[in-house]
Design a protein around this ligand. Sequence first.
Ligand code: SF4
Length: 332
Amino acid sequence: MSALLEATNLRRHYRVRAGQGLFAPKAVLRAVDGVSLALRPGRTLGLVGESGCGKSTTGKLVLGLVPPTSGTVHYRGQTLPPVGTPAWRGLRRHIQMVYQDPLGALDRRLPIGTQIGEPLVIHEQTTATERRDRALAAMESVGLQRHQYERYPHELSGGQRQRVVLARALMTGPDLLVCDEPISALDVSIQAQVVNLLLDLQERLGIAYLFISHDLKVVRQVSHDVAVMYLGRIVEQGEAESLFAAPAHPYTRALVAAIPTVDFGGGPKRERMLLQGDPPNPVNVPSGCAFHTRCPFATAQCRAEAPTLQPLAGGRMVACHRVHEPALQVAA
Ligand code: SF4
């Protein structure tokens, strides 16, 4: 099956001041540094990593909201047009974004029904009656009640507000949603409801998700494929089930080991591998493998040479010099 969305060697670099004060020297912040991704129709690609690893910037790059320093994005085989052009606006009806903070994404002064119907004002010629009818249908499809049409965002719970955002995103019949930490601002009890809703919408409507999150537990629930980012680069990607069962990159292994589980005893013991320290400053990325400052398996080669993504069995790609070494597997 051909890719719905394909990003190739995406880079986004920023010139920033390397220190305090007006005359501090300029440096390059490599927010995204050579990311390639492919997402098939109706599938979910989970993009995971710690805060500041570049996953949200990657989401904005594939939407065209941030122009790349270099690299390309193709949607259904077509190059993404420049942001703001009529061609880009036409394409945006097929690719929508769901943000972390639903209250910030909504206008507090407008009833939610009006806001859900807004995309039709931008993308289609519709009457007010049509907009209302379709907004009500969208509300029902995400589990909101018709009588809530005239409610304002502050009158709803966090979970209901995220349903409003989803209903609005669905109005133009998108086939791709870029979900940037869509549940991390919600109470834990509500998170499961929104995850179930996303899964249900995918099954009913065949929508693909680029699901950006730092929460591996949730990514594991929703994703068919996973890409793990560290300091602007993908260090491991592959099919979700096998990646969570047998993570290969030391960074992925540490992230998977940190997923909370309930231990009822009797089962096999999980690998314990704790991440040491914070991620380095992206303005000053370590030489060689960027993970070497935190990796218990780092060697002189790791400190000198940056590893590239290499294929493993089952379509897995891993950027680690030592991934094929049995010694590394035993040491873990
Ligand atoms: Fe660790 Fe070296 Fe692999 Fe990087 S390349 S993850 S430092 S073993």
